[in-house]
Design a protein around this ligand. Structure first.
Ligand SMILES: [Zn+2]
Length: 58
């Protein structure tokens, strides 16, 4: 229930997409376009507070 929309970018093909991420989600992401898993998490979608920035951990 506690999912947030995040923006992701594929580093392989440059495709950007939004995806729901749950707090405890732990699955590997892959580009819906080219299936690469070089995905970078960009930012949260809802205009919340700009605090607690995205820390991309591989
Ligand atoms: Zn891609």
């Amino acid at each position: 229930m506690d999912a947030t929309i995040w923006l992701f970018r594929c580093m392989a093909c440059g495709h950007e997409y939004e995806n729901e991420v749950r707090k405890d989600e732990d699955k590997e992401r892959s580009c819906p376009d080219c299936r690469s898993n070089s995905i970078r998490q960009l930012k949260r979608k809802p205009a919340a507070k700009g605090e607690s920035d995205a820390r991309t951990e591989a």
